[in-house]
Design a protein around this ligand. Sequence first.
Ligand code: TYM
Length: 334
Amino acid sequence: MTRVFSGMQPSGTPHLGNLLGAWMNWVAMQDHADCVYCVVDLHAITAPNEHDPATLRRRTVELATGMLAVGVDPERSILFVQSHLHEHAECTWLFNCVAGFGELHKMPQFKEKSAGRGESVSVGLFDYPVLQAADILLYDTDEVPVGEDQRHHIELARDIGQRFNHRFGEVFRLPKAVHPPAAARVMDLQDPTVKMSKSASSEKGIVHVLDDPARIEKKFKSARTDSATDIRHDREEKPGVSNLLEILSAATDRGVDALVTEYDGLGYGTFKGAVAEAVIELLRPIQERYAELDADPGEVARLLEEGADRARAIAVPRLERAKDAMGLLPPGTA
Ligand code: TYM
C-alpha cells in the first residue's frame, strides 16, 4: 500500500491555506493509503520570535485536536507529535552529514525567513529542511500531501535520500510531493500576491479554521479584488478574484471553469457572498467536532501516545538500518 507522510507546525492557528492546501488531501488519502500525520513541534522552535514555551504546548494540543476534527482517523492512520520520537532528531544528524551547505542555503523558505536577520538566525532555521527530510524518509514515504510552498523541501528530502542510498546502499524510499488540484497556494485575502500565512501582518487577510461565520463573512466581503467586474481566472491580472475562485472550487469540489460560467456577470458582491457561504459550510462540521474533542483532552493525549508507539514501530528499524549502513557500531557488537 502507498505510504503517505505529512506534517504541520504548531505555530499560529491553522488557516484556510492549511486546510485546502494540505488537510483535505490528508483526509482523502486515508481511503487508499497508509497514512502517517505529525504535529512537527521541533520545527516550530526554529523561529525564536514566535517561540513561547507555554504557547507552544497549548498549540501542539490544539493542532492535534484540529487534525482529528478535520477527519484524520486514528483507527486508520497514525497521528503523533514529532518530539515524542527522538528518532527524528537523531536521523537529522545523520542527514546533516549528507546534506550540503549550498543546497540548504538556496532554500526559498530559509531565504525568506532569514532576510534582514543577519547573524542572529538560528542554526535550527537553516537546518529545518533536513529535519523535514528525516520526518519523511523515516517512514518509507511514497507521497507527501502538501501545499505548493513545500515543493523545494520535498525535492530536497528526495535528493538527500538518493545521495544516502548512493553512498551507503539502498536504505530509503524516495518520496514525491502531492498537491491539491485547486488551492495549492491560497493567497492572503487583503494582499493576494502573497500566500495566506500564520505570520501575515493583518488578521483581515487570513481565515482561521475556527473563525465564526460572521467573521468569515466579513473577511470575504472585504477581500481585495480589482476595479473591474468580470469574474475569470487569471493569477497575473486578477490575483484576488482568482484566489477566491480557487477557494470556492476547493470548498465545493467544483471546477474553476464551471464556477466562472456560473458567477461571471453577477458582480463581486454576490460572488464573495457565495465564497463565504461555501467556506462557512465547509468549516461548520469541523468546528463542531473540534468543540467535542476539545472537551476531552484526556482522549487526545491517549490517541497521541498510541500514535507515537505506532510511529516508533516504523521509524526505529529504519533508523537502525541507516546507522548500520553508515558504519556506526551497533551496541553489543565488536
Ligand atoms: P506549515 O506548518 O507551514 O503548513 C502546513 C501545510 O499547509 C500548507 N500551506 C498552504 N497551502 C496552501 N496555501 C497556503 N497559503 C498554505 N500555507 C500553508 C503547507 O504547504 C503544508 O502542507 N515544513 C512544513 C511542515 C513539515 C512537513 C514535514 C510537511 C515538517 N515536516 C514533513 C510535510 C512532510 C511546514 O512548515 O508546513
